[in-house]
Design a protein around this ligand. Structure first.
Ligand SMILES: [Fe+2]
Length: 185
């Protein structure tokens, strides 16, 4: 059975999963996304429509636009960093791509639907998506370095040491968010 048949929603949303050379890792990434979609009131169509943050008024950048940007910019940055520094700064592109695709998957567990309306779920009330995302990744046995980059991608990670993949993901996530929020233009 192909990955498209096993994980139809996730495979359609994430053609970038094909960039992951390790087949086992690629499958696990899609498995996590399919599970999250199966257990969320949010559909792939919703994710193409809802803004990626509620902190910016009238934002036209959707959740998926932002997630896809994070994957593309992270990988492009990593490749150029590798060009510049070679083996002096080891970066695992498979780990980075997997983590970038999964970075905000925990947000799917932050919602429930009650009487047709989206509400914050019990998980969403007490766990930020960094924790729920890391939990989902561990549930499907993703490598510790992928779990790390998800868990530490936001402010929680500022208290810890990050891997090179974790640093890139953190900075790309913020540099594609903060200029929308606090900009001078
Ligand atoms: Fe995030």
């Amino acid at each position: 059975m192909s990955l498209q048949e096993k994980y139809p929603k996730a495979a359609k949303m994430w053609p970038e999963a094909d960039w992951i050379s390790d087949e086992n890792l690629r499958e696990k990434v899609l498995q996590v996304w399919e599970y999250a979609l199966d257990n969320s009131p949010l559909t792939p169509e919703d994710l193409e429509e809802i803004p990626f943050t509620l902190l910016v008024k009238d934002l036209k950048v959707s959740f998926m636009m932002h997630k896809r940007a994070v994957v593309h910019v992270s990988v492009a940055a990593a490749k150029e960093i590798k060009n510049q520094f070679g083996d002096e700064l080891p970066i695992d592109l498979d780990i980075l791509t997997a983590a970038a695709i999964l970075v905000d998957v925990g947000k799917l567990l932050e919602y429930d639907r009650e009487e047709g309306k989206l509400v914050t779920s019990e998980t969403g009330k007490v766990l930020r998506h960094t924790f729920s995302g890391a939990g989902l990744a561990m549930k499907f046995d993703l490598p510790p370095r992928v779990v790390h980059a998800i868990a530490y991608h936001s402010k929680e990670g500022d208290m810890a040491k990050r891997t090179p993949e974790g640093y890139i993901l953190h900075h790309v996530d913020f540099m594609t968010f903060e200029p929308f929020k606090d900009h001078l233009w």
